[in-house]
Unconditional design. Structure first.
Length: 369
């Protein structure tokens, strides 16, 4: 199991990241800034800097380390998909079309509330969860905090435009996070669309689509007319099958905060993407430095739900204070445990913040000299 990253370790010891990296190199380890280290390495490095590593009990539990579940407990789960692309290339239109076309009969007409994520059922009972993140910043922020929420990225490129800076950024993000990309060339209903040009420009970025002999699935769609969107969903399911996505539904829930909102009537609410386990009403939880107890849960149509299995986004009520996007959400046994861990984490955070301030000041002085 790997615990903290190189930069976190450097912060904790109050030394520079490059010092830690050179120490790793001297141990024969080529590491990057965000790379997580195992206990053995951490102990060796800390020792060199005159620190002693103490494994506190909570750090050995699933609360702090994401301990993998035994193979035999794993069951298939729906893929979690993020649509990324340049401004105005049609992310929202595509999400809207998928959502409205896949509203379960009987639920139609219900007011859709924005919770930053939703799950749709495709014919045949297969499900896909879409993250409706406001953009690359959210994705970047989550990645920077070590949260891996997306299984597949749909890269949307408008056929009447071109591969643009944010298209390239999206490619870079997805590749850095090692997430497979499916290309959706959008706006093919437009008379001035040029699909081959887009494929050409993607090829220049090493994104070679299937009919150009590459490995990237590509669908030509019109989000406006809904053309070929069903095909895109099929490709997503196909990609998901290859990934063989699984999670253990029969345990306490673990997930990630997608966004948090302050609701006039309901107070603090947050959208939680459950990634393993099943979240239930009444569950005490920790989310980042805050904690609480699940008082109520709603799906994206505002319908009350009592359970949220893996790959399900739910709006949760019952936070003591607002969590941050990208925070890890962990259901625990007791409210007391939740409160204790939350207090501890706040302390650690304060100490870290304090050290960081100190650090920046020293660096600044060094720069001035
Ligand atoms: P941002 O959120 O601003 O980054 O944009 P977006 O990527 O969400 O794009 P959005 O869905 O808002 O679409 C931008 C414009 O393109 C809107 O006017 C849409 O109506 C239009 N549009 C989106 N998809 C299509 C399409 O398939 N065909 C046509 N003709 N227009 C489309
Ligand atoms: Mg949009």
């Amino acid at each position: 199991t790997e615990y903290i990253a190189v930069n976190e370790l450097a912060n904790l010891m109050g030394v520079s990241v490059s010092e830690v990296i050179s120490k790793c190199i001297s141990l024969g380890l080529m590491v990057s800034i965000n790379q997580r280290l195992d206990v053995e390495t951490i102990t060796l490095i800390a020792d060199d800097f005159g620190f002693e590593i103490e494994l506190v009990e909570e750090f050995q539990t699933d609360v702090d380390a994401d301990i993998p579940d035994p193979e035999e407990t794993l069951k298939p789960r729906p893929p979690v998909v993020t649509i990324m692309g340049h401004v105005d290339h049609g992310k929202t239109s595509l999400l809207d079309f998928i959502r409205s076309a896949n509203v379960v009969a009987g639920e139609a007409g219900g007011i859709t509330q924005h919770i930053g994520a939703y799950k749709v059922s495709i014919d045949g009972g297969k499900e896909i969860t879409f993250l409706d993140t406001p953009g690359h910043e959210a994705f970047t922020a989550m990645r920077a905090r070590g949260a891996k929420v997306t299984d597949i990225v749909v890269l949307i490129v408008a056929a009447d435009d071109a591969v643009m800076p944010q298209t390239v950024e999206a490619i870079n993000h997805a590749q850095a996070a090692n997430v497979p990309i499916i290309v959706a060339i959008n706006k093919i209903d437009k008379p001035n669309s040029n699909i081959e040009k887009i494929k050409q420009q993607l090829a220049e970025r090493n994104i070679l689509v299937e009919d150009w002999g590459g490995k990237y699935q590509c669908v030509e769609v019109s989000a406006k007319l809904g053309k070929n969107v069903d095909l895109l969903l099929e490709k997503i399911l196909l990609e998901a099958e290859l990934l063989d996505l699984k999670a253990n539904p029969d345990r306490k829930a673990r997930g990630t905060i997608i966004e948090s909102q302050l609701d006039k009537g309901r107070g603090i609410t947050a959208t939680v993407l459950v990634q393993k386990g099943t979240l239930k009403i009444g569950d005490p939880f920790i989310a980042g430095v805050t904690h609480g107890r699940v008082r109520a849960m709603f799906d994206e149509r505002g319908k009350k739900v009592s359970e949220a299995p893996p790959s399900t986004p739910v709006l949760v009520l019952g936070f003591e204070s607002a969590p941050q996007a990208g925070d890890t959400f962990v259901a625990v046994e007791s409210e007391r445990e939740a409160r204790e861990i939350s207090i501890k984490r706040l302390q650690v955070k304060r100490e870290q913040d304090h050290r960081q301030v100190h650090h920046i000041t020293l660096d600044e002085i060094a720069n001035q000299i």
